[in-house]
Design a binder for this molecule. Sequence first.
Ligand code: NOJ
Ligand code: CA
Length: 542
Amino acid sequence: MSESSESLPWWKRGVIYQIYTRSFADSNGDGIGDLGGILAHLDYLNDGTPASLGVDAIWLSPIFASPAFDFGYDVSDYCAIDPIFGRLADLDELIAQAHQRGIRVILDLALNHTSHLHPWFLESRASRSSSKRDWYLWQDPRPQGGPPNRWQSVFGGRAWQWDPATRQYYYHMFLPQQPDLNWRNPQVREEIDRIMRFWLERGVDGFRLDVVNAYFKDLELRDNPFRWGLRAYDRQAHVYDADRPELLPAYTAFRRLVDRYGDRMVVGEPLMGNPQVLQQYCRPDRLHLAFDFDLISCRWNPRAFQRTILACEQAFGPEGWPCYALGNHDVSRLVSRYPGPHAPERAKVAAALLLTLHGTPSLYQGEEIGMRDSPVPRRRILDPAGKRYWPLYRGRDPVRTPLPWNDGVGAGFSNGRPWLPINPDFRSVNVARESEDPGSVLSFYRRLIWLRRGSRALNSGSFQTLLRNPDSGLAYLRQSQEEIMLVALNFRGHPAQIVLDEDPSTHEWEWRLGTHPGSHGPLVGRRLNLQPYEVCIFQATR
Ligand code: NOJ
Ligand code: CA
């Protein structure tokens, strides 16, 4: 049965908000978002009142020293802040000020690989006899020549890079500028522990662990079996270069280390993964959370969403704790995934879904105002994936453009030239404008998050669908010992009648929140008439 929300740790109770630091707010006019910019906008995130978003934790995309071949996911010093973002003292200040507002701070650690300019790799590649040679994955060519196996890199091409000076290949799951660490090397593990302790002692509340399920690769370097897919990487089933059994003891070691610092947490980012696998990674003696990205690939169809949610519910069970996301800095924005004239209405339906499911919701910066992917001309593309695959795939820059704060110069993001173009619709889609409009996507997010904060059923209750065969929408119950909520969502642009599987009349239901205030009296009987894209949340009063 569900826990009472008071006994829930913050990472179960709260909403995580992902800050893409480069694009949140720029405090010094160089066009790049920074720690000062986040500090200046903490009240937007949570000032303790429903006028703010009300999130409980912020996850900052990497802020460590980096040559930025993959925009921070290639670290050259894990214990230094990159000067473009500020100084260590700025982070200390940010942590202190965030904590005063009850906001936890989570750092993004990309530990599967480092930058090729990290001193460890420079030393490792210096010679075959380097004391750090074994810190990375070096291999001889096959006897007949060529790379050791057929593993592919996520960003395209072979995952093995030839090093002419030492006449061996090194493995890189992503760019050649991101060599993978050898997680079987005990000195590497000691260093990783040291890095984690360094930040935990500075007061950070946890870590988002980048590609958490790829740390170990098959010792025998066996080739992956074939499967259908578009890109060469997708045409392999990743059984030998991800999800290896050695991960589990590594997660237990993390958990022990982090739990020594009390109320902290680690959330894993799986490169791919299904709920059965994720649930094995999230146990009381393993990771606290792991992102479930399956909702992101659902078609705009309630059946697809329900199938995905039930699969996750089944895998995790009532005691388990999924962590749902509808977006992040790697995937097309929600409004662009489900385009059309009703995009803002769909954004609200999606918001209601994310914030009323069982588990911890993770919200990507800009989704709360219904931002769409920005057009980025070819000459301004920076993402290595976009450069490689353009025009087939335009990369991730369109989802990483600056957050528009207002309709002024530089959209209130920067006084300088922004590192990526501002979305041309910033005059209508911006924080200031949506803050004033009670019918905006932002106002709706705020109301939902604050409802969730005060609702035991929504932040800790069990999940039960009320529709075996959803057609136009979804309807489900969230139930804790103290409270029951009924959520109904119309996914369609036409009025819909939803017929619940069960007669909810054993309770009396009062409308609590929705997109069409005033259009509903109390819920009676099994039939519920919904307006196009209507969200309705009822609470049982008896
Ligand atoms: C996942 C991150 O989210 C993505 O942005 C990055 O490119 C890869 N991991 C490599 O670190
Ligand atoms: Ca800046």
